[in-house]
Design a protein around this ligand. Structure first.
Ligand code: FAD
Length: 624
């Protein structure tokens, strides 16, 4: 029997455990409830749920499922069962455990545990591996050999510049600083305290600071955001888990590790970023806020530094040269000046498909009742038992008289949906309008907004006569300018009722209220984009209404324009070393380099790049 027991010991993962809403304590409870024990007992075929010790189970994931075909909405759990603990606390379960059969996606024996800690502990553990370049006390080991192609003296720490303090830059800085590099983090925008005041001045007094706004500043583009931490790169991968645990280390609620759709909200992001900054400074990272990198210093085909100026100085009159052994470029995709600068050094940039469209806003109550029907009353401004309702819509639309092979079909989808949020201005230039959405952690506002976008590619750019490496950037800029003109200036956003957009007419009666604080003006949004993009949006929106009846209603208000869904270019880099394929010593990372889309994937890219650079300088011999 003992031999047999070995087969069952350790962790088992039980998935798709459904607990009806009436039997669950609600979205904020992430422990093991009686209702969950009943669902577990059913899977184990154990007759008395109350005899199962809650301590033997840990909740790995909790999601909410309110699909219409269900008799009652339910919470769906993934739970890990510690068999050794279970048997020691309740030996009677052995008969049932010994009959357990693995079923793919439902019951699995875990051969390996999840990553045990955050990045800081992972790196500190790996520094203890004998032979690594870092000694136990974190001092750089003079005897280590630098890798062939990197000309720097091994008698000092490698000096690395990280340009940009968005998620990719912050995480790259963390990894490199933990490995003992001499890191300088250069950020054109301001620390969160000043940035908050600058954003306040924008929203209240319409003053746009071109270097400190919704895109630029500490934390990057995602700081004044919804803080959604969902990602398409695999929620359970080691690197994603390490990033999430690091966010918890810096003050994010532990719930993000379990929640099926984790999000932070701006109010939680700001203190987290302060803690992140303090940790970097304690590691010796030099942080330069309000400093813009304008150029690279290149010698013998290798980057040896950057030219930096005070970011308020648009003329770059006090530009200084700072020398580095490597430069990690983590500038996001709103730093259009950087793309231009890279081209001037013949760095290869490849145009990339992205998506453009409009942002729709409904009253949150309308979305709650479309999604939850009678259960909508349980939302209670984010304080209720069920989460504030969201949606995710995707359709493939084919142009009339067109077929797929002629390139006349496009994906159309909702993007960056912000339940209980508000529409915000993400322009970095007063003559352009582009928007996005943000929320606070409780998602308590009375509005729900989401971008509705269609994919665009080189063919679209060329149809407007935009060619070359930055054709996509010009394409974005064109519609941002048109939106500013339609709004009539002063950051007023052009809007149209969704019903009028479908009928192709101006919203003449007063438009519904909007959460956008700088003013809205009724406009012909159906004339903003080329006809094939407008038609694709119109057709998709009608299809969305079939899926969510009521989505097309007089209350639905479209706002223009949503253009910065992802980077319009990619900066090719070596898959293993992360170094640019066209310029040595340059490490392009994150969303602006075309390798990420969203907070978590940008952070993961920064982590991987951090390990790659640490590897290149022999600071570590490992990856994540
Ligand atoms: P960024 O975050 O863009 O950071 C780049 C940084 O580089 C900026 O701080 C910038 O100031 C700095 N920089 C640029 N040029 C220079 C220079 N020349 N010198 C010095 N510094 C420079 N994603 C999600 O996953 N969930 C969400 O809920 C979400 N909501 C969003 C809401 C809004 C309003 C916005 C704008 C974006 C949102 N995003 C969201 C997208 C997310 O913010 C980005 O995908 C992510 O921040 C990209 O990270 P990054 O590090 O690659 O670049």
């Amino acid at each position: 029997e003992v031999k047999n027991k070995n087969k069952f010991e350790g962790l088992w993962r039980l998935s798709k455990l459904g607990v009806p809403v009436h039997n669950d304590p609600g979205k904020d409870f992430l422990g093991v409830s009686e209702g969950l024990l009943q669902a577990i007992a059913k899977v184990l075929e154990f007759p008395v749920a109350s005899m199962l010790p809650a301590e033997a189970f840990s909740v790995i994931r909790k999601s909410f499922d309110a699909r219409k075909m269900l008799k009652e909405p339910k919470f769906v759990y993934v739970v890990d069962m510690d068999v050794d603990k279970l048997l020691s606390l309740e030996p009677h379960t052995w008969d049932f455990i010994s009959r357990l059969e693995p079923k793919v996606g439902l019951i699995e024996h875990l051969s390996q545990g999840r990553v045990s800690g955050d990045l800081i502990s992972i790196i500190r553990d790996c520094k203890r591996i004998p032979g690594d370049a870092i000694s136990r006390n974190g001092e750089y080991n003079d005897n280590s050999m630098s890798k062939g192609s990197i000309p720097y003296s091994t008698s000092r720490k490698p000096k690395i510049a990280i340009v940009g303090s968005g998620p990719s830059g912050l995480f790259a800085s963390l990894v490199l600083a933990e490995f003992g590099a001499d890191v300088t983090l250069i950020e054109r925008g301001q620390p969160v305290e000043q940035r908050g005041r600058d954003i306040g001045a924008l929203v209240v007094r319409k003053i746009l600071q071109m270097e400190s706004n919704f895109c630029f500043g500490e934390g990057g583009a995602g700081t004044w955001s919804d803080g959604k931490l969902v990602t398409r790169i695999g929620r359970n991968s080691d690197s994603v888990l390490a990033v999430m645990k690091t966010l918890v280390h810096f003050g994010a609620p532990e719930g993000i590790l379990v929640n099926g759709k984790p999000h932070l909200g701006t109010d939680k992001l700001i203190p987290l970023l302060r803690n992140f900054r303090q940790h970097l400074q304690e590691l010796g990272v030099t942080i330069e806020f309000g400093k813009r990198v304008d150029d690279l210093v290149i010698e013998d085909g290798r980057v040896v530094g950057v030219k930096v100026s005070d970011s308020r100085d648009r003329l770059q009159s006090n530009s200084q040269k700072w020398g580095y052994d490597a430069v990690v470029l983590a500038v996001g995709h709103s730093a259009r000046d950087i793309y231009q600068m890279l081209l001037s050094h013949n760095v290869i940039l490849v145009p990339k498909d992205f998506a453009v469209g409009l942002r729709i806003e409904h009253p949150q109550e309308a979305i709650n009742s479309i999604q939850y029907s009678r259960l909508a009353s349980e939302v209670r401004s984010g304080r209720g038992k069920v989460p504030v309702a969201d949606y995710k819509l995707v359709k493939y639309v084919r142009r009339e008289n067109g077929d797929v092979s002629s390139g006349a079909s496009r994906s159309c989808y909702s993007f960056c949906m912000c339940p209980g949020g508000q529409v915000v201005l993400t322009s970095t230039n007063p003559s352009e309008i582009c928007i996005n959405g943000m929320s606070f952690s409780r998602r308590a506002s009375k509005w729900a907004n989401a971008a509705l976008v269609v994919t665009v590619s080189t063919k679209d750019f060329e149809s407007l006569n935009f060619h070359g490496h930055l054709a996509g950037v010009e394409f974005q800029r064109e519609f941002e300018r048109r939106a500013a003109i339609l709004g009539g200036g002063n950051f007023v956003v052009p809007v149209q009722r969704v019903t009028d957009f479908l009928d192709g007419k101006l919203s003449v009666t007063s438009v519904p209220p909007s959460s956008y604080r700088l003013g809205v003006k009724a406009a012909h949004l159906h004339e903003l984009f080329p006809i094939h993009i407008t038609e694709a949006l119109q057709r998709a929106i009608s299809m969305f209404d079939e899926e969510l009846p009521g989505f097309v209603s007089k209350e639905g208000l479209l706002h223009g324009v949503e253009t910065r869904t992802s980077s319009p270019v990619q900066i090719p880099r070596n898959t293993d070393t992360y170094e640019s394929t066209s310029l040595k010593g340059l490490y392009p990372v994150g969303e602006g380099a075309g390798y990420a889309g969203g907070i978590v994937s940008a952070a993961v890219d920064g982590v991987c790049a951090g390990f790659a650079v640490a590897n290149a300088f022999d600071l570590c011999h490992t990856g994540i």
